[in-house]
Design a protein around this ligand. Structure first.
Ligand code: FES
Length: 480
């Protein structure tokens, strides 16, 4: 095992989130070298590495599983026998190299001992060397380095780390996932089109490491592309840790406009005049969008409405929307006819209310009423990318007991140490700002995401500005 670990792998070994590890590094508790941390530092921060448990990571995975897709059950499955065999071979080679190095080092120490004895220059040094060698020879199995080594070996068998250049984004490929599926699940915006080997838009170059094809593809790579290491991320998995040169969407302008014929899967009532609309796209045509964006929905009766997407982009196949009855043909059709299984046209994405991923400072999400829809998408994505230090959700509704998505809020609160939720009823802008100032230390240094009715959000953004929050730290849905 190397003496330096990537932050993603180190967090996984310690069973903590990457955001927590980054926080401790920012606090000066450890240093990094080009984005990697020393094993000794990791063991100092987390001396009790457990072989069985992945701690907070398990909690984060539970949340993602709740938000995520049945189609992502692959990430809990075992890798295929071929991939397991290839990983065993690669690990065997790495272990053989280490064993040969250890052997050579043992011979070197033996020679050093002899030379020290012959020279007679320092009995003290010889005694120290003997004692240290004795300690190393009798390391107990529960030694923290040995535990870390065992866990690292196990994790390398079960999953492989992918690092993208030039962005430096990292994610793990688990189970039988393709590289593309793992990237989408991790909230990384790799370019892709069909997700099934036809369009070639997911092409990426393998800079180092080993990948393996897991499905056939119709798209033909030229001989030159193959020689240069190009492959399709939708049809390949990572066998070992790999570095890929790949295009990623960085802004909303990088995402294509899509027009997808999807299906209404479920209509879930939340009280008398609210439905959670579940829409599923075809397997080969998932919606690429950024958390916080909107889509135009058109029903079979041609009634249309543009709505914020209330689900995570890590699952572009299963989309959620909040629909009020309102006074239009769209609401009437859904509420009166409950057209489950009917087709629905999804066009988009639109909007620039998205997560500032480069900003790792604590984030404050303020939702007014149904503004919870884009906020829910942002929070799920933030959990997925595991970059933001802490989150605080303030959600104001117009009547007591009006907070829907109860299970979702409870799951976040119970499983994430860095998440706080303050439910509010009919909060005015001034009251909200006063509360934020009372609750939050150094509110000027935080990042604010506001969503809800335009007039209320405009008033809130103005009140925050008056309270000294810099305008560039405030993102408001629908206000540009
Ligand atoms: S996404 Fe179309 S070939 Fe991979």
């Amino acid at each position: 095992m190397t003496q330096l670990l990537s932050l993603s792998r180190a967090a996984r070994l310690a069973g903590v989130t990457r955001a927590e590890l980054q926080r401790r590094i920012r606090n000066g508790e450890a240093t990094t070298f080009e984005g990697e941390i020393e094993i000794s530092d990791l063991l100092r921060l987390y001396p009790r590495v457990s072989l069985e448990k992945t701690g907070k990571l398990e909690q984060v995975e539970q949340i993602k599983a709740a938000a995520l897709p049945r189609s992502h059950e692959a990430d809990t499955a075992l890798p295929s026998p071929q991939v397991l065999l290839a990983r065993l071979r690669s690990l065997g080679e790495a272990l053989a190299r280490k064993a040969a190095q250890a052997d050579a080092q043992a011979a070197l120490i033996a020679e050093l001992r002899e030379r020290l004895a012959d020279s007679g220059i320092s009995n003290e040094l010889s005694a120290w060397l003997d004692a240290r060698c004795q300690e190393i020879d009798t390391l107990p199995p529960e030694d923290s380095r040995a535990r870390l080594f065992a866990k690292d070996t196990f994790l390398r068998l079960m999953s492989a780390n992918v690092k993208l250049i030039p962005s430096g984004h990292e994610f793990f490929v688990d189970g039988t996932e393709s590289i593309l599926e793992a990237a989408v699940r991790a909230g990384v915006r790799l370019g892709y089109g069909c997700a099934s080997g036809n369009c070639g838009e997911c092409k990426a170059r393998v800079v180092s490491g080993e990948v393996a094809r897991i499905s056939e593809h119709d798209y033909v790579l030229s001989e030159r592309e193959k020689q240069m290491g190009y492959m399709l991320t939708c049809c390949n998995t990572a066998v070992t840790d790999v570095v890929l040169e790949a295009a990623e969407a960085r802004t909303t302008a990088d995402l294509p406009q899509q027009d997808i014929r999807a299906q209404i899967r479920k209509l879930e009532p939340e009280g008398d005049d609210l439905l959670v609309l579940h829409v599923q796209t075809p397997r080969t045509h998932t919606l690429r969008f950024m958390a916080g964006q909107r889509a135009l929905l058109t029903l079979e009766n041609d009634a249309a409405r543009e709505l914020p997407i209330a689900s995570c982009p890590c699952n572009g196949r299963n989309l959620q929307f909040l629909v009020r009855r309102d006074d239009d043909a769209f609401g009437a059709y859904l509420f009166d006819r409950h057209p489950t299984r009917e087709m629905i046209q999804v066009q988009g994405p639109v909007g620039d209310f998205v997560l500032r991923e480069e900003a790792t400072e604590p984030a404050v999400f303020v939702a007014i009423g149904d503004g919870i829809a884009p906020i829910k998408s942002l929070i799920e994505h933030a959990v997925s990318i595991d970059q933001i230090e802490t989150f605080h959700l303030y959600w104001s509704v117009d009547r007591p007991g009006g907070h829907y998505h109860q299970r979702w809020c409870r799951a976040l609160k119970e499983t994430l140490d860095n998440f706080a939720f303050t439910p509010l009823v009919d909060a005015r802008s001034e009251d909200l700002v006063a509360m934020l100032r009372a609750d939050l230390a150094a509110p000027e240094g935080l990042r604010y995401y506001l969503a809800g009715p335009a007039a209320t959000i405009r008033a809130l953004a103005e009140a925050l500005a008056v309270a000294g929050i810099p305008a560039e730290r405030i993102s408001a849905e629908g206000l540009g």
